[in-house]
Design a protein around this ligand. Structure first.
Ligand code: ATP
Ligand code: MG
Ligand code: FE
Length: 337
């Protein structure tokens, strides 16, 4: 079974071809990061226009790299939410047009489920049940993945997402968009114990996150120093901020695994690319006797292969969309357990 997958929820136009659920034949990603960088963040209208210009060339390239033609494709999976509505509509429209003209099934995929499923591509042996920690640009959630099609939300952020906090703190420090990788790099040169930033909602039995207070604390720290004319050690700020984020993520993730009665933790989303988070999660899961999985860098951030993997497992359940499929910008991952 060959699945063509399309992803256009934010600032990456991506198309992939999968054989079965877990073999990537191609995964072409055209990123718009350089386009949005001069604005310090994603400009939705520009993103939509770029997706329109890129979508067919990216699909063609994915088919070419997979050495298949359109008529070989058996089904099409596409991200229909959450994300920017104009951006999503480009992928959804392209997928519908192709599914209609080729007369093949269409599958609507939740982008966040896709992020989790990136791990099935990275780890052929991985099977549910497990707890997934989804840390991305727009989301921070703990999810109980019971099987390939049953997900329960354990807890999520009340305000900012972890990735959003990385991006905002980086912006105030004068670092280019997206800030996550920049902070990651800078933090390596700093002392994580230099500044004690707040770790909100930490403690036992709380599975909600909050990062807006931490973000404000970092901004206040920088403004105060500026007003006093003090020189800030940016590497120390980056390392201390990153430490505060990581500490709550790890603490809650391990508690969630225990509460679910499981011994497997899966990391997903763009922030999963953070080197300190990976390293420290590796150490703390090992100490706790928990198996730990995370995707390689390219599968962490937005890509169509993860969408294709999710689409494949939906197709096994007969979970197909019709041509009325629409973009849902605030699509939710799951119901609360
Ligand atoms: P969502 O998936 O919630 O809809 P998104 O698709 O925009 O949001 P992703 O592509 O999953 O988000 O991830 C992008 C985010 O990951 C950005 O906030 C970026 O700063 C962050 N990120 C990427 N690499 C790193 C890193 N090494 N350290 C920390 N954050 C990172
Ligand atoms: Mg992106
Ligand atoms: Fe994403």
């Amino acid at each position: 079974c060959l699945t063509l997958a399309i992803e256009s929820s934010c600032d990456e136009t991506s198309a992939a071809v999968l054989s079965g659920g877990r073999i990537i034949l191609s995964n072409v990603i055209s990123t718009q990061i350089p386009v949005h960088q001069k604005f310090g963040g994603v400009v939705p209208e520009i993103a939509s226009r770029k997706h329109i210009a890129n979508i067919m060339p990216v699909i063609d390239e994915a088919l070419r790299q997979a050495q298949v033609s359109l008529t070989d494709i058996n089904q099409i999976g596409v991200t229909y939410g959450p994300g920017l509505v104009g951006a999503l509509l480009v992928g959804v429209s392209a997928a519908k047009a192709l599914a209609f003209s080729l007369d093949i099934p269409l599958i609507g995929v939740n982008h966040l489920e896709g992020h989790i499923f990136a791990n099935f591509l990275a780890h052929p042996e991985l099977k549910p049940p497990f707890v997934a920690l989804v840390v991305s640009g727009g989301h921070t959630s703990l999810v109980h993945v019971k099987d390939y099609n049953t997900f329960y939300l354990i807890g999520q952020t009340r305000d900012d997402a972890a990735g959003e906090a990385f991006d905002k703190v980086a912006r105030v420090m004068g670092l280019p968009y997206p800030g996550g990788p920049q902070i990651d790099k800078l933090a390596k040169l700093g002392n994580a114990d230099a500044i004690a930033f707040p770790q909100a909602l930490s403690g036992k039995g709380n599975f909600e996150f909050s990062f807006s207070g931490l973000k404000s604390a970092v901004l206040n720290y920088l403004h105060n120093a500026e007003q006093k004319g003090e020189i800030v050690n940016k590497a120390d700020v980056a390392a201390s901020f990153q430490k505060a984020v990581i500490a709550v993520l790890i603490d809650k993730a391990l508690q969630a695994v225990e509460k679910a009665g499981l011994t497997k933790l899966v990391l997903a989303g763009g922030v999963a690319a953070n080197s300190a988070l990976e390293k420290q999660l590796k150490a703390s899961t090992e100490a706790a006797g928990v198996e730990f999985y995370y995707p390689n860098m390219i599968l962490c951030t937005d890509n169509a292969a993860m969408i294709g993997c999710r689409a494949y497992y939906q197709s096994l359940m007969g979970d197909f969309a019709n041509l009325y499929l629409n973009a849902i910008p605030n699509l939710k991952l799951t119901d609360k357990e």
